[in-house]
Design a protein around this ligand. Structure first.
Ligand SMILES: NC(=O)c1ccc[n+]([C@@H]2O[C@H](COP(=O)([O-])OP(=O)(O)OC[C@H]3O[C@@H](n4cnc5c(N)ncnc54)[C@H](OP(=O)(O)O)[C@@H]3O)[C@@H](O)[C@H]2O)c1
Length: 256
């Protein structure tokens, strides 16, 4: 596993996304992923699976301290008291004393940004949250957030068909992690001829090339969601090859 260095901390470049993973499938996927070497997990209050993610962590036997765990607050809960009560609930469900990263899931409307981020900072001060970040924020909104908190991350849709040049520049300038969600374009990269051709040269699949292209970029991590053993293993197996500069540019040119 490779890491990205953010504000002096090493964060695993590849994590497991858990949107739409529920029930025993979720418990099983989380536990299996951790047993394979995943050390970064992404959930959200809105996914309704925090208890299952927590059980998966417990079942795996992997030490909590080795795992980078993210959850997110939904915009309807952006008022101060709600942020605090909902996140305390998350900690109970996840069976943990802290999350490594707490995100605003989407930009809100109504509640001032400073109120929501202030509540997240309070949680940080009491030790329930290590880092605070945002998700689906434009560069200007992320800049505004950085006036209230030390933004650790902006989690956005980023994959070979969707460029994020402005946010990448900002991530490097502000030293935050750009977490690429939907990194496989929901499985849509599988049949891509260019990715397939590049993959053949490295004995990798199109999906593995799509992930490698992300994690090879400075300040970028990816959180593919996968259910079964085959996909979980394939997605983790992207740290034993490197794309050349020319291949990186070729993949970048796929974004429409
Ligand atoms: N912050 C936000 O607003 C936001 C929004 C969307 C997503 N997210 C996060 O990002 C995570 C990932 O995004 P996503 O779930 O939308 O899409 P994704 O990770 O791009 O794609 C998941 C799909 O790809 C399939 N897949 C996984 N590994 C594969 C492989 N090696 N080869 C071929 N297909 C493969 C999965 O199938 P199987 O399940 O059958 O393995 C699933 O159907 C989410 O789970 C969530 O944690 C965040």
């Amino acid at each position: 596993m490779e890491h990205q260095n953010i504000k002096g901390e090493k964060v695993p470049s590849l994590g497991l996304g858990t949107y739409r993973l529920t029930g025993e499938d979720c418990v099983g996927a989380v536990s299996l992923a951790l047993s394979m070497g995943y050390r970064h997990l992404d959930t959200a209050q809105m996914y309704g699976n925090e208890a299952e993610v927590g059980r998966g962590i417990g079942d795996s036997g992997v030490d909590r301290g080795e795992i980078f765990l993210t959850t997110k607050v939904w915009p309807s809960d952006f008022a101060r008291d709600k942020v605090i009560s909902k996140t305390r609930e998350s900690l109970k469900k996840l069976h943990t004393k802290y999350v490594d990263l707490l995100l605003m899931h989407w930009p809100g409307d109504g509640v001032p940004l400073g109120e929501t981020l202030g509540a997240m900072r309070e949680l940080q001060e009491e030790g329930g949250v290590r880092h605070v970040g945002v998700s689906n924020f434009s560069p200007s909104l992320a800049q505004e957030a950085s006036e209230h908190v030390d933004v650790f991350c902006n989690q956005v849709e980023y994959h070979v068909y969707r460029g994020q040049d402005a946010l990448l520049d900002q991530a490097r300038a502000l030293d935050y992690l750009l977490i690429a969600y939907r990194p496989l374009s929901r499985g849509g990269v599988e049949g891509d001829a260019t990715l397939h051709e590049i993959g053949e040269a490295h004995d990798k699949t199109a999906a593995q090339v799509a992930l490698r292209w992300l994690v090879q970029q400075e300040k970028v991590a990816a959180i593919p969601k996968a259910t079964g053993e085959e996909h979980l293993r394939a997605n983790l197996d992207v740290f034993d090859f490197e794309l050349s500069n020319e291949e990186m540019v070729r993949v970048s040119s796929l974004s429409r």
